[in-house]
Design a binder for this molecule. Structure first.
Ligand code: C5P
Length: 230
């Protein structure tokens, strides 16, 4: 049976899922790779749809897979599927274009962060609702980070206490995200970066180890193990 989203929810979640997933090795688009027998995208959408604030989900799928993704997600949750673009930012822009103006809060969530718990979706939305124009879930950086030159010689060691590793969903006032995308020049790897460039504050809240980005083959092994946790 198709899960019903909350008609009184105030949040749209955009899910860019149009990446090729080259770093995961040979195979189809990353969002459609299997994790415990189900595509990453199904895991991601099931968790987003379980978040009570969510009213609309828009997935940006590879252009050749729009109908297949519609069919795949129909039993999971009601979603709108659009064709993604060549860059992640373009995929997000195409999904953003179908969000009606009366929805105040827009989250952007990578399909690759397939195990992100609904609680993180809720806490990001709550922080935007509380008045922050842009909100990102983050974790502390555990590795020592070096800056290097093109020849791989170390230029210096960065103070990691001031660094954060950034996850999704990233949350925005609808108008803030729309303005940031409209004025974007160069493609960036996240949406908060566009808001920073526009000069608005971006607020960090605690992320989750479960929201890891499934990028390399080892991440799939880790994600399978995380699914076994009670
Ligand atoms: O490439 P990267 O790992 O940064 O991709 C992050 C997310 O953006 C993934 O969920 C991927 O499917 C999506 N993406 C997209 N359109 C692209 C490239 C990436 O929707 N052209």
């Amino acid at each position: 049976m198709t899960a019903k989203l909350n008609a009184r929810g105030d949040v749209a979640v955009l899910v860019p899922a149009a990446g090729a997933g080259v770093r995961l090795g040979p195979g189809g688009p990353k969002a459609l790779r299997l994790l415990a027998g189900e595509p990453l995208l199904v895991h991601a959408i099931r968790r987003v749809a379980a978040s009570p604030s969510v009213r609309l989900i828009v997935v940006a799928a590879p252009a050749a897979e729009v109908e297949a993704v519609q069919a795949l997600l129909a039993p999971v949750a009601p979603v709108t599927v659009v064709a993604g673009g060549a860059e992640r930012q373009e995929s997000v822009g195409r999904a953003l274009a179908v969000v009606p103006p009366e929805i105040d809060i827009v989250l952007v969530h990578d399909a690759a962060r397939a195990l992100t718990p609904p609680e993180i979706v809720e806490s990001v939305a709550a922080a935007v609702r509380a008045g922050h124009p842009a909100v990102i879930p983050v974790l502390p950086v555990v590795d020592t980070i070096k800056e290097v030159d093109p020849g791989e010689t170390v230029l210096g060691t960065v103070d990691r206490s001031v660094l954060r590793s950034v996850q999704t969903p990233q949350g925005f006032r609808h108008s803030v995200l729309a303005a940031a995308h409209a004025s974007a020049a160069d493609p960036l790897t996240d949406d908060a970066g566009l808001v920073e460039k526009a000069g608005l504050p971006v607020t960090c809240i605690p992320g989750s180890d479960l929201a890891l980005k499934i990028t390399r083959p080892l991440d799939l092994v880790l994600a399978e193990a995380l699914l076994q946790l009670p």
